[in-house]
Design a protein around this ligand. Structure first.
Ligand code: SF4
Length: 355
């Protein structure tokens, strides 16, 4: 069992982050935010994939103007990504953003910081301080010479102290780098230095396969050590993939359970049916199921009965164009390879309906 670091809990709209709340999975739209229809279509796709929170960029006033309609239509809390335009932050808070991604030290004068914090308080916004190894403050780069965990933590605490000085405590922090070692070291040090919830991610992790592996190593290490309250996997891919990878990561560590966990063998000459094709089709056909359950699809009796023992529904290939269906770990009935996909989908859907 993973012992999670005890963090303070904050609210991102209706979603709790930190404390004993489930670790949330989030992504970010890559549409033009002022294109409300396009942005909403992407938010819907992210919601269907299970996103708990979605972030949208607000680089200009057209974006913050569109934000109100987006927030009203969205079923998940919306985080407005601001960076340093303090007016955009105030507009986003007024538009109903659940959280502002902004570094208060980058806003400018003390008066501007006060205005942004006041807007966040008035409109019930939390904030995320986002430190990135690639954009550390100039003085820290001069002091440390290069991005390093100490510099990233110092930057994070600098921004956090500004918020605390304004008696604002509803914030979470990220300290991301594209290098997994730097990411893990920075978060590990930050986890010891502050009690706020941590948004974890390996930034700019790369394309789907490479980025998934980097994220699994970096975030996997942190989550295994109990660090991380909300996760964003940054992939140069469809944002829906970020949600799927985020959940798979949490599922692999037993930290969240969502959807059908398919256990499948890699297949070999002993397979009684085409395992790889079958699993690909089942994965697609069962993507709509959110309830947590397990399905084993195993090519032959070498490992099939053993794996089926621990799954809700199982299928093990036989030798003569048919195999055995297992329900609740027990052999239940024979099934011909023809039409097996439809039948297994029906069994899984029926099981999910009972949960
Ligand atoms: S379970 Fe059977 S078919 Fe699958 S990889 Fe093992 S031996 Fe091959």
């Amino acid at each position: 069992m993973i012992q999670r670091r005890k963090s303070r809990q904050i609210m991102v709209g209706k979603v709790a982050v930190g404390g004993d709340a489930p670790i949330t999975v989030q992504s970010m739209t890559n549409t033009k935010t002022h294109d409300v229809e396009g942005t909403m279509a992407q938010i819907r796709a992210l919601e269907e994939a299970g996103a708990d929170i979605v972030r949208v960029s607000c680089p200009d006033v057209e974006s913050t103007q569109a934000l109100k309609a987006i927030v009203q239509q969205s079923n998940v809390p919306i985080v407005a990504d601001i960076h340093f335009h303090y007016k955009r932050a105030i507009e986003a808070a007024q538009a109903g953003a659940a959280c502002l991604r902004i570094n208060p030290g980058n806003i400018g004068s003390a008066a501007r910081v006060r205005e942004v914090v006041q807007a966040a308080k008035d409109y019930g916004c939390s904030m995320r301080i986002g430190v990135n190894a690639g954009s550390l403050e100039k003085d820290l780069m001069e002091k440390y010479g290069e991005p390093c965990p100490e510099a990233m933590v110092e930057s994070a605490l600098f921004h956090a102290n500004i918020l605390r000085d304004h008696d604002f405590h509803e914030f979470k922090i990220s300290v991301k780098a594209s290098d997994v070692f730097l990411t893990v070291a920075a978060y590990t040090a930050l986890a010891d230095a502050i009690d706020c919830p941590l948004h974890i991610g390996v930034t700019e992790a790369g394309p789907l396969r490479n980025g998934t592996i980097k994220s699994a190593i970096g975030l996997g290490n942190l989550l295994w050590a109990g660090i991380g309250d909300t996760v964003r996997v940054s992939l140069a891919a469809d944002p829906v993939e970020e949600i799927k990878v985020g959940f798979d990561l949490l599922k692999s560590l037993g930290l969240r359970h969502r959807g059908v966990n398919i256990i499948a063998c890699p297949s070999c000459a002993r397979q009684g049916f085409n395992v790889i094709d079958t699993v690909a089709k089942l994965e697609e056909r069962l993507a709509h199921i959110a309830k947590p359950m397990s399905l084993s699809i195993i090519g032959c009796v070498v490992n099939g009965p053993g794996e089926a023992l621990y799954t809700d529904v199982g299928f093990t290939g036989g030798g003569a164009g048919s195999g055995m269906v297992y329900l609740g770990g027990k052999p239940d009935h024979k099934l011909s390879n023809d039409g097996m996909i439809d039948h297994i989908v029906e069994l899984v859907e029926a099981h999910a309906a009972k949960l």
